[in-house]
Design a protein around this ligand. Structure first.
Ligand code: PSU
Ligand code: MN
Length: 305
């Protein structure tokens, strides 16, 4: 048996087949500093509720898979030190040994699917790191999108990555990559990039229908919805490029590798932009939560047809 527990509002939503949006916890423990991490997590949960869906923040606490966190659990996780960063490879081991860990995009998709939740909002997915031809550092998030039927709403892949290679791998893996409302792919802190989007959709209903069709056809896996950061919150790519380059150089000089790379880079970019990257990150996650709630509502409508 899998030790799994639901927050009160998620349990009620599951019983009523009400729309639910999964949210991840690595962004809380490894992606943002305290206390903005907890404040953001609360705002994002409220954004989901304001769009008539129920938020389910996912984490492993003392060996139990939590789908939906109560406010005190969210606060404790946001303050905790040395929380594991869980992906597909280590999630089961953490649960089996009674550990505590935050779920990345890959692990949150697994948790959501176990609970019957098919829509998930985050900031940006992991992907192919620059220099992956030497490091082989490719996020497990990409393979998860290829095999677990959850639609993930993100502002694209994080701009610290090699975006070209990331989207090439997604295409190889057969993952639908959908730009929302524009023809180009967004680049996390920036609303656009020079990459043409493989698919474009303009409504939540279209996105929900595509996932329902994918599953009906027996095609495994989810979809990546790339939702551009709101224009007034973005940081232009040319402003960020030297900052990202400096952070990458420092990571290299200090021998940062494996799971530590993404948190290190996000932390340095926060310092180098004097907090501007965090303000943008918060805006884009909230924007993704709102769209995900609309997709979750459209999924329920689509299933009943
Ligand atoms: N989105 C954010 N900030 C984050 C993440 C997403 O705005 O920190 C996390 C997600 O949990 C994602 C992880 O799965 O970054 C990617 O880590 P890696 O590059 O090690 O696969
Ligand atoms: Mn990695």
């Amino acid at each position: 048996m899998i030790p799994i527990t639901y927050s009160a509002e998620v349990a009620a939503a599951l019983a009523e087949n009400a729309p639910i949006v999964a949210l991840e916890s690595t962004i809380i423990t490894h992606g943002m500093p305290y206390p903005q991490n907890v404040e953001t997590a609360r705002l994002v949960e409220q954004d989901v509720r304001d769009h008539t869906a129920v938020p389910a923040t996912i984490a492993v606490i003392d060996g139990v898979l939590h789908v939906g966190l109560e406010p005190d659990q969210l606060e404790a996780l946001g303050q905790a030190q040395d929380v594991a960063k869980l992906s597909r490879a280590d999630m089961a081991a953490c649960i089996a040994t009674g550990g505590t860990g935050a779920t990345t995009v890959a692990a949150t998709m697994i948790g959501a699917h176990l609970a019957g939740v098919s829509v998930f909002a985050t900031g940006g997915i992991g992907g192919v790191h620059k220099g992956a031809e030497d490091s082989f550092d490719i996020s497990a998030d990409l393979h998860e999108l290829a095999q677990t039927p959850v639609t993930v709403v993100a502002a694209g892949a994080k701009a610290i990555l090699d975006l070209n290679k990331t989207f090439e791998v997604l295409e190889t893996l057969g993952v639908p990559v959908i730009a929302f409302g524009q023809d180009t792919l967004p680049a996390f802190w920036s609303a656009t990039s020079d990459l043409h989007a493989p698919l474009r959709m303009d409504t939540a209903t279209q996105i929900a229908r595509a996932q329902i069709m994918r599953t009906a056809m027996g095609l495994q896996g989810g979809q990546l919805v790339c939702n551009p950061i709101p224009q007034d919150s973005q940081i232009p790519a040319e402003v960020l490029a030297p900052v990202i380059a400096q952070a990458l150089q420092e990571a290299d000089d200090q021998g940062i590798n494996a799971k530590a790379v993404t948190p290190f880079l996000l932390g340095r970019i926060f310092e180098l932009t004097e907090g501007r990257s965090l303000t943008a990150n918060i805006a884009l996650v909230r924007n993704n939560a709102r769209l995900a709630a609309q997709i979750a509502v459209a999924m329920i409508d689509g299933q009943s047809k």
